[in-house]
Design a binder for this molecule. Structure first.
Ligand code: FSO
Ligand code: SF4
Length: 547
């Protein structure tokens, strides 16, 4: 195996024996093979007219499969074997239409478009050959992977929107065009860079679509105090990012005597008006994904993983953890899709919850959030007045992900040491590094404004554009906003590319720069966009504040 798609890639280079995340070499390789066949499908589907139903099936399959390969989403070998087989059948179906529309084509078909086998051993053997290192040139490899990881993040956000019946065909078509482009050995570095930047454009569209879906279905997030304590009834803990799963579980647990708590990236669900009506939707339990081993243990009740991030479960709670949607882990029970548009059936989880003791209390109190674009733009004049009066000197976008590395304590210290006339804008699980610090307020505006999940980083861009408009500035970079972003997995990559597309410069990315950036590709990002890493809190603070 060779995998370097996340921030925790072994030694900052790549995982080669087993994933730091717990991914086995077999699964890592099969994920590579699935991506390989997706490229083959895309080779035929990009630019080809397909019958409506096949076009939908193809788009959904590609989106779904890309999402399944995101870090910490799915560790189940059987899932990937089944998906590869399905992908090969789908590729042949799409190919028929391509051939029909290119009757005299002399094109030499790439291996990804023609390779075929059904035997499991043959899949394993091929999987070893088609990974990241199959591209020999370091810069092309780097750009292909940057593009692919951006597409994975984009697919995750499209998938959530799709669950709520919102789709954007242009985004789907772009995914296929971009996947096909990774097979094209004639593309130059400049052409690949242009494609990566175009990914940012479609990343904005994907996040806008998800924002439309979430707010259209569940209402605009509101400023909300979320309880972080527990009640004395059995509970179910919901983790991941899928609001639809949460909604169906809330409906099915109503009146059963079972409470529902959010974990990690599900916290922002509390901000949506649609979920406030559930009396048994109690609060948030625990912190970011990587602390789940101890927190799932002390929760005492069942846990539902709706998306990443899964950490290989400990025996103490392995019988209480369930996966659904794109998540999977060998030996865990998986809640399948509902049949014929019906909701998923969570009765097994609810029955188990009733036999479990209530959660053990970890902490008490409240945290506040709900500062998505609608809330902040409604108080934009107040914010601008505070800026003009000098009460707010600077905003710091500290969105992104949390992770295991000790060096991430940088973000806690950074938040603590920020001057009291600064405000943190956040989204994603990165917030757990400082959202319980009680950093105070400025004239009634909290110093940590949480917009929501990682995909709600889109809100932060909308907020920046609104402030730019009110302040009458020409360039988003003239705003008193600094970007000190923490990343972990591929959703953060699409957020980064989206910010670059919107023209944001001088983003600092940590705790380490991606292992998949070759020195030359990193240079392009430094020269064209002023991207930088982090050093230490003291020096970075001076650099950001121009002191
Ligand atoms: Fe975090 Fe995990 Fe939301 Fe990521 S839970 S790390 S960027 O999956 O998706 O922020
Ligand atoms: Fe390693 Fe990250 Fe890949 Fe897991 S996802 S194998 S930790 S690089």
């Amino acid at each position: 195996m060779f995998c370097f798609q996340c921030q925790e890639a072994s030694k900052g280079v790549g995982c080669t024996i087993v994933g730091v995340c717990g991914k086995t070499p077999e699964v890592a390789n099969l994920q590579d093979l699935l991506i390989f066949v997706l490229k083959g499908i895309s080779f035929f589907s990009a630019g080809t007219e397909l019958p409506e139903s096949l076009e939908r099936r193809t788009s959904v399959f590609i989106m779904d499969s890309l999402f399944a390969t995101i870090t910490n989403a799915n560790f189940d070998r059987d899932v990937f074997v089944a998906k590869i087989r399905e992908a090969l059948t789908l590729r042949d179906e799409v190919r028929e239409h391509w051939e029909h529309q290119h009757p005299a084509s002399q094109t030499i078909l790439p291996d990804a478009a023609v390779w075929h086998d059904n035997d499991e051993e043959a899949l394993d053997a091929k999987a070893k050959e088609v990974g990241v290192l199959a591209t020999a040139d370091a810069d092309i490899r780097s750009l292909r992977e940057l593009l692919t990881y951006g597409l994975k993040g984009m697919a995750a956000y499209q998938y959530h929107a799709y669950q709520l019946n919102y789709t954007n065909r242009e985004v789907e078509q772009f995914m296929q065009r971009a996947l096909a482009a990774t097979l094209d050995d004639t593309l130059t570095v400049d052409q690949m860079v242009a494609l990566v930047m175009e990914t940012g454009k479609f990343g904005v569209d994907a996040m806008a679509l998800l924002d439309q879906a979430n707010t259209g279905v569940y209402g605009h997030p509101e400023v909300t105090k979320v309880n972080i304590g527990v009640r004395n009834r059995p509970g179910i803990l919901v983790s991941g990012h899928d609001l639809k799963d949460l909604e169906e579980l809330l409906q099915q647990t109503e009146g059963t005597g079972v409470d529902v708590y959010t974990h990690s990236e599900m916290l922002p669900a509390h901000y949506y008006p649609a979920f406030k009506k559930y009396e048994h939707f109690v609060g948030n339990y625990g912190n970011a994904w990587w602390k789940q081993a101890s927190e799932f243990e002390s929760f005492n009740g069942p846990i539902l993983m709706t998306t990443n991030c899964i950490v290989p479960p400990k025996p103490s709670y392995v019988k209480r953890i369930f996966t659904t949607g794109n998540t999977g882990y060998p030996g865990l029970r998986h809640i399948p899709e509902g049949v014929d548009g019906q909701p998923k059936d969570f009765s097994e989880i609810i029955a188990l919850a009733k036999q479990c003791p209530p959660p053990t209390e970890l902490e008490t109190g409240e945290i506040v959030g709900g500062f998505a674009h609608n809330t902040v733009t409604s108080i934009a004049d107040q914010v601008v007045d505070a800026v003009k009066a000098g009460d707010i000197r600077r905003f710091f976008v500290m969105a992104g992900c949390d992770g295991r590395m000790k060096s991430r304590s940088y973000y806690t210290e950074f938040a603590q040491q920020l001057p009291r006339d600064t405000v943190i804008l956040t989204a994603g699980c990165a917030k757990y590094k400082y959202n319980k610090l009680d950093l105070g307020e400025i004239g009634g505006i909290p110093r940590v404004l949480d917009a929501g999940q990682c995909n709600d980083s889109y809100s932060l861009a909308i907020i920046a554009l609104k402030l730019k408009e009110i302040l009458g500035l020409d360039d988003i970079n003239e705003l008193p906003i600094s970007y000190n972003i923490a990343w972990y997995e591929q959703k953060a990559i699409i957020v980064l590319l989206a910010l670059l597309y919107l023209g944001v410069k001088n983003i600092h990315l940590g705790p380490t720069l991606p292992a998949f950036l070759s020195p030359n590709v990193a240079n392009v990002l430094v020269e064209q966009f002023g991207i930088g890493g982090i050093t230490n809190v003291e020096d970075d603070m001076k650099m950001f504040l121009g002191a």
